[in-house]
Design a protein around this ligand. Structure first.
Ligand SMILES: [Zn+2]
Length: 258
């Protein structure tokens, strides 16, 4: 199996939105990661980055949220163009696992005609009727599409094994949003990787007891971060969601981990 790291451009933002109470007003540009796994039974995406519309119509597509998170993405960085560079066509994708449905993760929903979209029921629900403080982060036109949803049910399905061989497991990691999930990838040669999505934005969140700047549930966030620390202690490589420093240290497509 191969694991590819991709980046759908950056968000030009401020540090306090990622580390609560730290870096007030400090400019902070973060990567927008997404991942592709080549499994013997098919390709799997974890997250999809921003919608194509942000390339040239971001204010129209994202609205006021651009003031806090300003996306900069090129055509080549858009998910469909990006995976084409490693020879993968949209119809080759068998599963799209969505950490959550925020605008910088769910922008590619609907572009993979044969895929099943693995999402938490709680996330899909919350995305349609978010609480007021998160309304700007969900763009309904990105995910309100007639796709084949594959619904998971929180703790009941925790550790869902996508192909039944232990290689790709979906962990329920609520906190950032009510239905957030992460992916544990077990590679033959290079060990295990936890792709946290936004359950943990940066290594600073993880290592210095700093809450992310945007959370639906602080207590659930802390429990999720404790779980991530336990995995890290067991030599799982933890890939946090928007860390501009840690992101530099990983191999990017067309290179891969195997
Ligand atoms: Zn998010």
């Amino acid at each position: 199996m191969k694991l590819y790291f991709f980046q759908a451009g950056i968000l030009k933002s401020q540090k306090q939105f990622f580390t609560a109470g730290r870096g007030l007003g400090e400019a902070f540009d973060v990567p927008v990661p997404f991942f592709l796994m080549e499994h013997p039974e098919g390709y799997v995406l974890f997250d999809t980055g921003n919608a194509r519309e942000v390339i040239d119509r971001k204010e129209e597509h994202w609205g006021d949220v651009v003031a806090a998170y300003d996306p900069v993405m090129t055509e080549e960085e858009w998910v469909v163009s990006a995976i084409a560079k490693v020879g993968v066509h949209p119809e080759d994708v068998k599963y799209v696992i969505l950490s959550h449905l925020h605008l910088d993760h769910a922008g590619g929903v609907g572009h993979f005609p044969k895929a099943r979209y693995i999402v938490q029921r709680e996330e899909l629900h919350f995305a349609y009727v978010p609480d007021f403080y998160m309304k700007g982060a969900y763009i309904r036109k990105d995910f309100d599409k007639p796709v084949d949803w594959f619904i998971l049910e929180g703790w009941q399905d925790d550790g869902f094994d996508v192909f039944g061989d232990g290689k790709i497991k979906v962990l329920f990691t609520p906190g950032h949003t009510p239905g957030h999930q992460s992916v544990l990838v077990n590679l033959q040669n290079e060990g295990s990787f936890l792709l946290t999505g936004d359950s943990c934005y940066t290594q600073e969140n993880l290592n210095e007891d700093v809450l992310p700047g945007l959370v639906a549930d602080p207590r659930a966030t802390v429990k999720t971060m404790q779980r991530i620390r336990m995995l890290k202690d067991r030599n799982v490589a933890v890939v946090t969601g928007h860390d501009p420093v840690a992101w530099q240290t990983f191999r990017k497509a067309p290179e891969y981990y195997s």
